[in-house]
Design a protein around this ligand. Structure first.
Ligand code: ADP
Length: 480
């Protein structure tokens, strides 16, 4: 991998401000061509315990700074990310496979969390409470929760880390980050820039390798007071059960099963544009990607015809090629899952509108696909696809579609298109989801709270709410 700033390419673990070896190494591959791109330090329990100790020790020096001083460092870090945008995007394309334009966009998004929480940290106000007794005065202060752990996935190798550590560090917490073993190089590059920005040693630590062993070391430690996890629902549930041991505070951002409803009064061209963005971004590999399209009978055929035209124009290829919009899937298991779900749906009578098989490019590429006349009992409706497949179903009235859209244990994002104002309110309120896209397919924002209901998770990230996840509230009652 050739970078303008070669320093950014680090393959060791980052513990207590030092780059260190693990017990062995593991290989990181480029999903676009299957070639090995790095041998990375393989960490387990021992390295994680060292990282926890370092983070614990660093609390004192980090909390001795004012919020404004910490904020200055976070802002400098954001600036450094933007100065190194090309290189950071390059690393992401190589280890994750997303198109370069999306990777550059992610750098902006990820740096945005550092910038946003650099400011929010300064506004972590307490309260003075009217007293119940004139001999007493009551107040509330907000304090950092302590050492936190962040376990993150591969689909947004930078943004999922900064979304967690920016609020944590802003309020005075220190952190251990375990990035996905598919994408450790982006996390390491971020740490290099953090150090250059002035993050003191031990405040940020990065370990990857043996995920269950690292997870256990984190969950068993009473020094780690909080876990913020983004990943699969099954791993999230496992970690939630392990958190009981030391009663850790938890934020969980788990799987989704997003519906996208197009009512008969929708602007169909706008819905097509929103659908492309909400379905095919990152090759369908985001937890807020559409899993199920519900299209009103009256406009079903015209929507499918226009949508097909756009889907067929999506350019697949290696992320560095010009105008590429669809990259490879992350690994063989992801490709196998998409093939299994599509095969099952077709066998049960779904109709193939376009795509439906692996791309001629071979490897981990799958054709952008549309399935029509899908039925509710098919596995593809219930399982998270995490690939470039649009699953289209018909509906005929609002109550019916709301019941279908809510018929899932997931509750992360939902989208709908209508031009009726009363319906906009009604449906927004009745969808059992944490995030709603109303007449838009692009909803994520540094400024807004992101998170799900039901089995999609706990807590909110980003926005002014994102900071609450990393503070404890202390009530002080004073005799006067
Ligand atoms: P995905 O299927 O999207 O990779 P995972 O939940 O397996 O979702 O992965 C999300 C993150 O959780 C990754 O960093 C992964 O290494 C980590 N992880 C997986 N299993 C465990 C575990 N038992 N303990 C701690 N972390 C885990």
């Amino acid at each position: 991998m050739k970078l303008a700033n070669a320093q950014l390419l680090q393959s060791q673990a980052y513990i207590n401000g030092l780059w260190q070896n693990g017990s062995k190494t593991y290989n990181v591959y480029n999903p676009a061509d299957g070639k090995m791109i790095a041998k990375v330090a393989y960490c387990g329990s021992k390295e994680t315990q060292a990282a926890i100790m370092a983070a614990h020790k660093a609390l004192k020096i980090w909390q001795a700074k004012t919020a404004a001083e910490r904020g200055m460092i976070l802002k400098k870090w954001a600036d450094l990310m933007m100065k190194n945008q090309e290189d950071l995007a390059h690393i992401m394309v190589c280890e994750q496979g997303k198109p370069l334009s999306e990777a550059k966009g992610e750098v902006v998004y990820a740096a945005g969390f550092l910038e946003w929480f650099a400011e929010e940290g300064k506004r972590c106000y307490g309260d003075i409470i009217p007293t119940h007794d004139m001999s007493k005065r009551l107040m509330v202060i907000k304090q950092p929760i302590g050492v936190i752990a962040a376990i993150t996935p591969w689909n947004f190798p930078l943004a999922m880390i900064t979304r967690k550590i920016a609020p944590a560090l802003a309020v005075g917490c220190t952190a251990i980050v375990k990035p996905s073993e598919e994408t450790p190089l982006s996390a390491n590059a971020l740490a290099v820039l953090g150090e250059q920005a002035g993050i003191p040693k031990g405040v940020l630590n990065i370990v990857s390798g043996d995920a269950p062993a690292i997870g256990d070391a984190i969950m068993q430690s009473s020094a780690v007071r909080k876990l913020s996890f983004t990943g699969s629902t099954s791993t999230g549930k496992l970690l939630m059960s392990k958190a009981a041991n030391s009663v850790k505070k938890l934020s969980l951002e788990l799987g989704g099963n997003a519906p996208f409803i197009i009512f008969e009064d929708a602007d169909i061209d706008a819905a097509v544009e929103g659908a492309i963005a909400a379905k095919y971004r990152n090759t369908g590999q985001t937890c807020i990607c559409v899993n199920r399209f519900y299209i009103h009978n009256d406009i079903y055929d015209s929507f499918i015809a226009k949508y097909k035209e756009k889907v067929l124009q999506l350019k697949i290829g290696q992320g560095f090629e010009d105008n590429v919009q669809q990259g490879p899937l992350i690994n063989q298991a992801a490709l196998d899952k998409v093939e299994r779900l599509v095969g099952d749906a077709l066998q049960q009578g779904a109709q193939l509108v376009c795509g439906g098989k692996a791309s001629v490019l071979g490897g981990l590429y799958y054709q952008p696909t549309i399935l029509s006349e899908v039925q509710p009992q098919m596995a593809i409706v219930h399982e998270e696809i995490f690939g470039p497949v649009s699953v289209c179903m018909r509906f005929s009235d609002e109550e019916e579609v709301l019941q279908k859209a809510n018929d899932t244990a997931a509750g992360l994002a939902a989208y709908f298109y209508t031009q009726n104002i009363a319906r906009s309110w009604r449906v927004s309120e009745q969808l059992e989801y944490g995030l709603i896209g109303l007449n838009t397919g692009v909803i994520s924002s540094v400024n807004a709270p992101f998170g799900g209901v039901k089995e999609s998770g706990l807590g909110r990230e980003g926005g002014s709410q994102g900071i609450d996840e990393y503070i404890e509230i202390k009530y002080i009652c004073s005799n006067v």
